[in-house]
Design a protein around this ligand. Structure first.
Ligand code: MRU
Length: 332
C-alpha cells in the first residue's frame, strides 16, 4: 500500500483515498489542480508530511496542466496558490509548495526532481525520528513493556514512510517494548479508529481503540506510560498544533506525571510563528460532527462546532523529536 506515487507516464499523482479506508482500498489519479485541492480538503490525502509532499508534487501537476492548457505565468502562480491555501494549519503544505515553486522557471524536470527530493527526505526523516524517539522514550520511562496513548493518525498514510509518532511506536514494537497501544478514535473523522488501527493491525502491533473521551481517564488510572502524537505546526517556542483532542491528552499526562511526546520533521517547525496563539486553526464544516459514518446522529436544527486542530502549550510537552534533534521545550 502506497500513500502516494508519482506516475511519470501520466504526469499524475496517485493517492490512496483515505476517506474510503479501511473498508475499501481505492486510488485517485490526480492530474489537475482542482482535483488535488479537493483531495486535500476532503482528507483523501492528509497528515502534515504527506501534505508537504503533495504540495511539492502539486506544483508539478500545475505546471503540467498549465502546459496542456496554455496558462500564462499569472494563471500558473494563481493555481499554485490554490494548492498552498487548500488547508491552513499544517505548515508542511505551504512549505512543500514554496520549496518547489521557484523551480518553475527551470522547467518540469527540475520541479519534479525537487518534489521527489521532498518525499525522499521525508522517508529518511521518518527512519531517524523512529530511532531517536524510541531511544528517548526508553530512557525516560521505566517499564520494559510500554503502554502508550496516541491520537489521530501519524503512520504511513500521513507521511511517505513508516510515520512520525507511529514510527516511534513501530520501532519500540520492533525492540519488543510495546505492551499495548491505546489508539484514540479521533472524532469527528475517525483517523484513529479507521487509519491508525488499520496500520497497527497490518503491522501486528497490539492495540485497542478508545473513545477520545476515555484518554484522560486511561492516563489518570495509570494505564499508560507515555503519550505520543504528531504535529501540524510547531511554533518557535514549541507550542504544537495537532488534531483536536491532543491538548486534552497532554493535560492528563501533566497531571499523571508521564511524558507527552511530539514527533515531527523539521519541516513542521515554523520559525515564523512565534507561539501557538498565532497558528491558524482550520475550522471545518460543522456537519462533520453531526453525523457518524455518514449517518446523522444529531437532531434536525442542531449546529456543529468543528475546529480541526488544537494547540498544546510547550510547557506540557516533555520532548519534541525531529530528525535533527530532541528538543525539550519545557526545559528552555
Ligand atoms: O486533519 P488531519 O487528518 O490532516 O490531521 C492530521 C493530524 O493532526 C496528524 O496528527 C498530524 O498531521 C501529524 S501526521 C504525521
Amino acid at each position: 500500500m502506497q500513500t502516494m506515487q508519482w506516475l511519470a507516464d501520466q504526469r499524475a499523482l496517485r493517492l490512496i483515498d483515505q476517506t474510503k479506508l479501511p473498508s475499501s482500498e481505492e486510488y485517485l489519479t490526480v492530474t489537475q489542480v482542482d482535483q488535488l485541492v479537493a483531495a486535500i480538503q476532503s482528507l483523501a490525502v492528509r497528515g502534515a508530511p504527506a501534505l508537504g509532499a503533495s504540495g511539492g508534487y502539486g506544483v508539478a501537476i500545475a505546471l503540467a496542466q498549465g502546459e496542456r492548457e496554455g496558462w500564462d505565468q499569472a494563471r500558473l502562480q494563481n493555481e499554485i496558490d490554490k494548492i498552498r491555501d487548500a488547508r491552513p494549519t499544517a505548515v508542511n503544505l505551504a512549505w512543500g509548495v514554496e520549496r518547489v515553486r521557484p523551480l518553475v522557471t527551470s522547467g518540469f524536470d527540475a520541479v519534479l526532481a525537487e518534489a521527489h527530493l521532498i518525499a525522499d527526505e521525508d522517508r529518511a526523516a521518518n527512519e531517524t525520528m523512529a530511532k531517536l524517539g524510541a531511544d528517548w522514550v526508553q530512557a525516560n520511562t521505566s517499564r520494559d513493556k510500554l503502554r502508550v496513548v496516541t491520537h489521530c493518525n501519524t503512520g504511513a498514510l500521513a507521511t511517505t514512510a513508516i510515520g512520525t509518532a507511529y514510527g516511534v511506536i513501530a520501532e519500540l514494537h520492533r525492540r519488543g517494548a510495546i505492551e499495548l497501544v491505546y489508539a484514540d478514535e479521533t472524532r469527528p473523522l475517525l483517523q484513529g479508529a479507521r487509519l491508525t488501527s488499520f496500520e497497527l493491525t497490518k503491522d501486528g502491533i497490539p492495540h485497542v481503540i478508545e473513545a477520545d473521551g476515555a484518554a484522560a481517564s486511561t492516563i489518570l488510572r495509570g494505564l499508560a506510560d507515555f503519550a505520543i502524537i504528531g504535529a501540524d505546526r510547531i511554533a518557535a517556542n514549541g507550542d504544537t498544533a495537532n488534531k483536536i483532542g491532543s491538548v486534552s491528552v497532554a493535560l492528563a499526562c501533566a497531571r499523571a506525571g508521564i511524558p507527552f511526546v511530539v514527533v515531527a520533521p523539521e519541516s513542521t517547525v515554523d520559525r515564523n510563528t512565534a507561539s501557538g496563539d498565532d497558528v491558524h486553526i482550520e475550522q471545518r464544516d460543522g456537519a462533520e460532527v453531526l453525523s457518524l459514518g455518514g449517518v446523522r446522529t444529531a437532531p434536525d436544527g442542531a449546529e456543529g462546532f468543528n475546529p480541526a486542530f488544537d494547540v498544546t502549550p510547550h510547557d506540557l510537552i516533555a520532548a519534541i523529536v525531529t530528525e535533527a534533534r530532541v528538543w525539550e521545550p519545557n526545559a528552555d
